[in-house]
Each structure stands twice: as C-alpha cells, then as structure tokens.
Write a protein that binds this ligand. Structure first.
Ligand code: NAP
Ligand code: F7E
Length: 345
C-alpha cells in the first residue's frame, strides 16, 4: 500500500518540489488549494495534467488555513500518513502590513491542523511536518545558528512562526503526535515567488540583458542570507518525517552571502561588471564599461526591523538524517538566471 501525503501550500515553491519528489517515491499526494479569483495552480499545472490522464495519484482539495471546519473535513476524508504544513503568508515584508492575517494563517493554521489530528483520533497514524524558519533566530544571538540557538523574532511573520513552532512541540509532548519542525534557512529556485530578493534580482538581470528593463530597485544590500536550493530542502522535509523519532532540525548550507553579492553574481551572469558608488539610500550600482546605472535603492524595500545575518549549522540533520545540500549558491543563481533569461527571451 502506498502512503498518502497531504500537502498544504501545494501551489507554492516548496509544495511543487515536494509533490514531485513524493510522487517519485510512490506516494499518493493530496494538496490543499485555497480559492482565488484567478487560477493559482501555475506551478503544479503539469502535475494536474498528468493526474487527469491517470498517470500519477495527485489530487487537490479546497481549503484554507483560516478555516478549521474545512481542514477538519480534509483530514477526515484523507486520513493521511504524513502532513506537510507548508501553507503560509510567507513574505516577511508583507507581514508588517498584514500582521493579524499572518498570525492567523501562519500561527493558528498549524494549531488547527494539529488539533484536528488529535480530535479525529489520528495521533497514532498521522505524522506532521511544520515549515518552521530561520526567521525565528532574527536578531541572532549566536553564529552559526543551530537547534539550540535562542530565538529572537523580528517580524509578525517570525512571531507567528514562533507560536507554531512551540505548538508543534506541545502537541508532540502532550498527545504523542509525531510532529516535527524543519527550521529551514532560505531556499530558492526558478519557482521562487518573484518578489523574494533572489528571483527579483535574477529576473531583473535577465530583463536588463534582453533590453526589457532599465534597472532594478532593491532595499538592504548588506543583509546576509544562507541560501540553498528548494529541491534539496524538500528531501530534508521527507527525511524529517521518516526519522525514528519526532524532533526539530535545522536545514542550511552553512554558507552566507550578502544581497550585494547576489546582485553582483546575477549581473555578472548577464554580462555586466558592477561597481558601487555612494552610500545608504543614495548608493547605486553601475556597469563598469558603460557607466549605466543598473541598481538603485528604494527605501520601500526596507523592513521596520531587519534580520541582518543568517547562517545555519545543519550538523544535526547530517548526523541523524544523513541530509546534506547538493547545490551551491553559484549553482542556484545560475539556474535561476538561465531560467528567467529563457522565459523572457
Ligand atoms: P510560497 O511559495 O509563498 O507558498 C506558500 C503557499 O501557501 C502557497 O501555496 C499559498 O497559496 C499557500 N497559502 C497562503 N495562504 C494560505 C491560506 N490562507 N490557506 C491556504 N493556503 C495558503 O512559500 P514557500 O517558499 O513554498 O515556503 C513554504 C513554507 O515554508 C511556508 O510556510 C514558508 O513560510 C516556509 N519557509 C520558507 C522558506 C523559504 O526560503 N522558501 C524558508 C523557511 C520556511 P497561493 O498559491 O494560493 O498563494
Ligand atoms: O529577503 C533583503 C531583505 O524577501 C531576503 C521567506 O521565504 O526566507 C524568506 O524570507 C533579504 C532581506 O526573504 C530586497 O531585506 C534587499 O534581508 O528574499 P527575502 P526573507 O525575508 O529572508 C525565510 C527563511 C522565510 O521563512 C520566508 O518565508 O533581502 N532585500 N532588497 C530584499 N528583499 C526583497 N524581498 N526585496 C528587495 O528588493
């Protein structure tokens, strides 16, 4: 009998990579999709086409993280072996504009699912993965960050995810549910949302090279992130839920790069050698050869409180799960740039 996995956030970057991966492993995959006024399934449309032809066991159900009754019904109907809770208002900057909504979806959403597992008597059967985040470390207390580094959330997004993190541990200890947190550092891919900094920059570099845009505006160039590839990280999610015991794991590459390095790398791939002039909000990035301004700062991309530096130590995941990331920062930016260049050409 193949296992059934239920994925919330199936239409997102990670939901798409995870669906593909679990289907390859022989799982039956059921995804939760929320109602939108226009189709929101672009990333998983190829899977839906294969499912319609009966090639893969992949199905969707309507639901929303803010709707307890609907989530309860979905669990009752699917009785999944594994739940991957990936649904979230996942944009940190946006969480400052929609703090209550973000708390509802990202904080209470996981509680609703865990409580449905409990009340439906699925505690023995259903394993639960929570998409926790390196944003929990926020104003970092220690470098690199591990599972024992104290948390210091710096956004409504991070505060909501902190509530969810502890809810997972509480339901594990109180009701014996196999519930685990994956504390994942930033992970990117050609399927990354276009307003996250990596994808925004690779798209802009490709568009400028093709003459479709003049320049790009960004925020804090000096923030540093530990960027990995989503395809590597969804494999880690599966290992976390298939470990001997429920536990919490950091997944990270152990390397950190600034937004400035990211911009330089992407523009280099586009054939530009960037030099920087000025400072603060007046800083600009110019093409060394032509003197053309390609990068400028727009304060609207700054956050009221910023996470300046993240760098993870995934030793625990390597030792217990045998997980290690395969792709490097350079591989990831190259793949994303090439994808955007081909798509825009
Ligand atoms: P993403 O691309 O933004 O996808 C988020 C998913 O959540 C989408 O499918 C979205 O649906 C769905 N969603 C949002 N609000 C919902 C609601 N109210 N009810 C039901 N579904 C809802 O995010 P991602 O990058 O794949 O990340 C997956 C998860 O990992 C998120 O929980 C994120 O917070 C967390 N995380 C991400 C990273 C990272 O670097 N990518 C790192 C650590 C943790 P629509 O398609 O309809 O918008
Ligand atoms: O920002 C800086 C920005 O929005 C990265 C989510 O998946 O990872 C993601 O959150 C950094 C920040 O990702 C721009 O200030 C500069 O320091 O790509 P981002 P994030 O905030 O790190 C974590 C782990 C998650 O859990 C989240 O769900 O880049 N930055 N200029 C910019 N950021 C954006 N978006 N746009 C800019 O123009």
């Amino acid at each position: 009998m193949s296992k059934t996995a239920l994925i919330t956030g199936v239409t997102g970057q990670d939901g798409t990579y995870l669906s593909r991966y679990l289907l390859r492993l022989g799982y039956r995959v059921c995804g939760v999709v929320r109602r939108a006024s226009l189709p929101n399934t672009a990333r998983i449309d190829p899977l839906l086409a294969d499912a319609r032809e009966g090639k893969i066991p992949f199905a969707l159900m309507s639901g929303d993280m803010t709707d307890s009754g609907g989530l309860h019904r979905i669990l009752e109907e699917t009785e999944p072996d594994e739940i991957y809770n990936l649904a979230a208002q996942s944009h940190v900057r946006v969480s400052f504009d929609t703090p209550e909504y973000t708390a509802d979806v990202d904080g209470l959403g996981p509680l609703r699912i865990l409580d449905a597992i409990r009340t439906l008597g699925l505690a023995e059967k259903t394993r639960f993965y929570q998409a926790s985040t390196s944003e929990l470390f926020g104003k970092v207390r220690q470098n690199p960050q591990t599972e024992t580094t104290p948390f210091y959330p710096r956004s409504p997004y991070a505060s909501a995810k902190l509530f969810a993190y502890w809810t997972v541990i509480n339901y594990r200890e109180a009701y014996g549910i196999f519930a685990s947190n994956g504390i994942l550092f930033n992970h990117e891919s050609p399927l990354r949302g276009e307003s996250f900094v990596t994808r925004k920059v690779t798209r802009a570099a490709a568009a400028i090279k093709l003459g479709l845009a003049e320049k790009v505006s960004v925020g804090n160039l000096d923030a540093c992130r530990d960027w990995g590839h989503a395809a590597d990280y969804v494999e880690g999610m599966h290992l976390i839920l298939n470990a001997e015991k429920a536990d919490d794991f950091v997944l990270a590459t152990g390397e950190t790069h600034s937004v400035r390095e990211l911009v330089e790398t992407a523009f280099h791939l586009a054939g530009f050698d960037l030099i920087w002039k000025g400072s603060g909000i007046d800083e600009i990035g110019l093409d060394r050869k032509s003197g053309r301004i390609l990068v400028e700062i727009d304060p609207k991309f700054f956050r009221p409180t910023e996470v300046e530096l993240l760098c993870g130590d995934a030793t625990k995941a390597r030792k217990i799960l045998g997980w290690r990331p395969k792709r490097t920062f350079r591989d990831i930016i190259e793949e994303m740039f090439q994808f955007d260049f081909d798509a825009l050409s």
